[in-house]
Ligand binder design. Structure first.
Ligand code: AHR
Length: 501
């Protein structure tokens, strides 16, 4: 059996993990909102129309922050359409996804839903068709206590207390030619700066995220970030990154290595932020908000065949397979390795639209394959990310060289006296033995070795069959301060250690 080695030492630290890296995203797109989180006629609906079965699954993921309401949709969205009496709300052509938006759910309803799932909301403002004026009114409506036009309007709508939304996105993917109101970096940088200034005048306690590149293949990457930061450096806190991967060419070895592209993307943006920091002789550090990430490609063809201008059509409904869960595991570990700078990350999205949770209208809700690595890292990946000292046999693929078969990182939770080793074995044909030196953790024992494995890389979960599910009988032992674990071929592993009680 091939062997890999790792050192897990409590003193080799990357950073305290910001729990918001386990965030997610709900856009008014397809059946994410209507049929996903909200379906008043569903047997599981609560008095506000929210699906309780979906709420329970979201709670299992323990999602600390949810980005809302878009996405591409926000760039032509009038926030005023989604407030006040529902019967008076306008139906609009939703231009990003070419559907009809009923506006039955808007800001206040979404804030209520977020409370039910114990999440904060990361709110986006429209910098496509709108700008400074709409943004200042919106933040006044959401965050100002009262005694002014918009704050009193919120109170009139039944929300006496302000929502106190802390994190705000200054638009969405403004570098993309597909975006309504697409802008050059110069245009966007100026607008983002002036909008940030005004929003902070209304509420100085907020944090702001400026748009970066829509993905690492954009022709304007990373100049778009550099120019945007030149304008906004002192006014914002985070720069945003987005990235989706797919396996359209059915080359799994290459597909599973794509988290290396993500790592490179992150490192390049960190360098770009720090270059502008040096240019400006600034003491301030800009951190990263990876506020859209996932696998997205399965539904592309199906989406091209949909009729435009319908309400909540089944858009972007990727049915994820087992190999997608492996890549998602590696993407999550990439955030942990970079947790000194990645402070927010949002799996895009949460329900039905490229999502870990799927529903049928009027029917069941279930877990897709990618639900599992997300749930595991969210549950056991809180604390301090330890510096990954891993030595693994390697392979070359179509786009990558020196891809480690074993992708791994460990997290130490001091308070709970727990250490968790996360690992993907990218070797498709054989198991690998992982030998981890954990001698700095005295009197620890293995609590559990969770494994997600399947002989069929393309196996999927549906409403009626859950073919891809984790088990807890992974093979590992702790001897003389070393964990010896068998990582099954093509597998996701969670090896949990705790202090002996
Ligand atoms: O998440 C789906 C879409 O992907 C978002 O609306 C957009 O921001 C990105 O291109």
């Amino acid at each position: 059996m091939e062997k890999a080695k790792m050192i897990v030492d409590k003193d080799f630290r990357v950073s305290e993990i910001d729990e918001r890296i386990y965030g997610s995203f709900i856009e008014h797109l397809g059946r994410a909102v209507y049929g996903g989180v909200y379906e008043p006629d569903h047997p599981e609906a609560d008095e506000q129309g929210f699906r309780k079965d979906v709420i329970n699954l979201v709670k299992e993921l323990n999602v600390p922050i949810v980005r809302y309401p878009g996405g591409n949709m926000v760039s032509a969205y009038n926030w005023e359409d989604g407030i006040g009496p529902k019967e008076e709300r306008p139906r609009r052509l939703e231009l990003a996804w070419r559907t009809i938006e009923t506006n039955e759910v808007g800001t206040n309803e979404f804030m209520d839903w977020a409370k039910l799932v114990n999440s904060e909301v990361m709110m986006a403002v429209n910098l496509g068709t709108r700008g400074i004026d709409a943004a200042r009114n919106f933040i006044e409506y959401c965050n100002h206590p009262g005694g002014t036009y918009y704050s009193d309007l919120r109170r009139k709508h039944g929300y006496e207390k302000p929502h106190q939304i802390k994190t705000w996105c200054l638009g969405n993917e403004m570098d993309g030619p597909w975006q309504v109101g697409h802008k050059t970096a110069e245009e966007y940088g100026r607008l983002a700066l002036e909008t940030a200034k005004v929003m902070r005048l209304v509420d100085p306690t907020i944090e702001l995220v400026a748009c970066g590149s829509s993905h690492s293949g954009m022709p304007t990457f990373p100049q778009y970030e550099a120019t945007t930061l030149e304008h906004t450096y002192d006014a914002i806190d985070y720069i945003s990154l987005h990235q989706y991967y797919g396996n359209a060419s059915n080359d799994t070895a290459n597909y599973l290595a794509k988290s290396m592209d993500m790592e490179h993307f992150i490192k390049t943006i960190i360098s770009t932020c720090d270059y502008i920091k040096a240019k400006k002789r600034s003491k301030k550090t800009i951190n990263l908000s990876f506020d859209e990430w996932n696998v997205w490609y399965h539904s592309n063809q199906q989406d091209r065949e949909l009729e435009p201008w319908t309400i909540a059509p089944p858009q972007l409904e990727d049915v994820y397979n087992f190999e997608d869960a492996l890549l998602v595991g590696s993407m999550l570990m990439t955030f942990l390795r970079n947790s000194d700078r990645v402070k927010i990350a949002c799996m895009a999205q949460l329900v039905n639209v490229i999502a870990p949770i799927m529903t049928e209208n009027g029917g069941k809700a279930w877990k897709q394959t990618i639900f599992y690595p997300y749930a595991h890292v969210s549950a056991f990946g809180r604390g301090v990310a330890l510096a990954p000292v891993v030595s693994s046999p390697k392979y070359d693929s179509k786009d990558f060289t020196d891809v480690p078969y074993v992708d791994s990182v460990a997290v130490y939770n001091e308070e709970q006296e727990a250490v968790t080793i996360f690992a993907v074995n990218r070797y498709l044909e054989q198991p690998i033995e992982l030998n981890a030196d954990v001698r700095s953790f005295e009197d620890y024992e293995i609590l559990e070795h969770i494994v997600l494995e399947n002989d069929d890389l393309k196996a999927v979960n549906t409403a009626t069959s859950q073919k891809v599910q984790p088990h807890s009988y992974g093979v590992s032992a702790l001897r003389n301060g070393f964990v010896e674990a068998k990582l099954s071929k093509a597998s996701w592993n969670v090896i949990r250690l705790g202090k002996k009680r």
